[in-house]
Write a protein that binds this ligand. Structure first.
Ligand code: SAM
Length: 279
């Protein structure tokens, strides 16, 4: 609570004080909002889900794009109720298009039940962006496109290439399920209250299901193991694995002396499956 009272400047007229605990830095710039929504490439038949609509800056442009179904997931009671009332009374209220607000924590959504085609977007609260993107990309089978605004450094990690300093577990995981693209940067002054960090908009095009990891759990375990020790050599990291023989890594075109940050997502996936066969 103390944190929330310290946010300055106060909220725009008539708004409740933004909650820092919910990452409430609200976008004020309509041109940027329009540009973000355009990245989702909405067609009239699309189902679209927005995470964290808040006062609705992105939602307004999503409504203009008029997808067949627009669903909002908001954790804040006030903003969920406000978006609901706009849906009930707004111009499209009788259009027959599906418009729904869900008062929920997006971190607890059953993404694995999203079998139908969905496009997902959000100006994500910075404290939950990485785990949310981790889950959505790997669990939602019907995902056709996603666009998220995240902290700039997170955007760089999501899109990082092997061998670079930003490349880590999040990069490998996300790139095993989708092709991320850093679309553009967004400066702090277009938000209210202004965050201390710069933001970036990242789009994701999911890979065809057959190209996604055969064993996501094994991959996740391997990434945790490897990136806890990213400066160590692979041979040393894997030595303690059951039945691991020196030289095994070479089967995957990987030197024993390679460090985790040098492996491609495909090499991690193959290695994860292989390690499981050893147990
Ligand atoms: N979309 C608005 C915009 O661009 O101005 C608001 C973005 S604000 C950065 C993040 C929004 O996500 C807030 O409305 C906040 O209440 C909501 N939020 C925070 N944590 C959430 C969670 N776990 N699940 C769903 N919504 C959440």
């Amino acid at each position: 609570m103390e944190e929330e009272r310290n946010i300055r400047p106060a909220a725009p007229d008539g708004w409740p004080r933004p909650k820092k605990s919910l990452g409430q830095n609200f976008l004020q710039d309509k041109n940027i909002a329009r540009k973000i929504v355009e990245q989702l490439r909405i067609a009239p038949t699309d189902r679209v889900l927005e995470i964290g609509p808040g006062p609705g800056m992105l939602t307004g442009f999503l409504l203009e794009a008029d997808p067949a179904c627009l669903c909002l997931v908001e954790k804040d009671h006030h903003w969920a109720a406000e978006r609901q009332s706009v849906f009930l009374t707004g111009a499209g209220a009788e259009s027959g298009r599906v418009r729904q607000v869900i008062l929920a924590d997006a971190l607890t959504m059953p993404w694995e039940k999203f079998h139908a085609p969905w496009k997902i977007m959000g100006n994500l609260p910075y404290n939950v962006a990485s785990p949310l993107i981790w889950d959505i990309l790997s669990k939602a089978p019907g995902l056709t496109r996603a666009v998220f605004m995240v902290q700039k450094e997170v955007g760089q990690r999501l899109a990082a290439a092997p061998g670079t300093s930003a490349y880590g577990a999040l990069s490998v995981w996300v790139q095993s399920f989708a092709v991320p693209r850093l679309e553009f940067g967004v400066p702090p002054q277009v938000f209210r209250p202004a965050p201390k960090v710069h933001s970036a908009v990242v789009s994701f095009t999911p890979l065809p299901i057959p190209e996604q990891p055969a064993d996501p759990e094994a991959l996740s375990n391997l990434l945790k193991l490897c990136f806890q020790k990213r400066r160590k050599q692979l041979g040393g990291i894997l030595r303690a694995q059951p039945n691991w023989q020196p030289g095994e890594a070479e089967k995957f075109g990987v030197e024993q002396s390679a460090r985790p940050e040098e492996l491609t997502p495909r090499q991690f996936q193959d290695l994860a499956v292989f390690l499981k066969t050893l147990k």
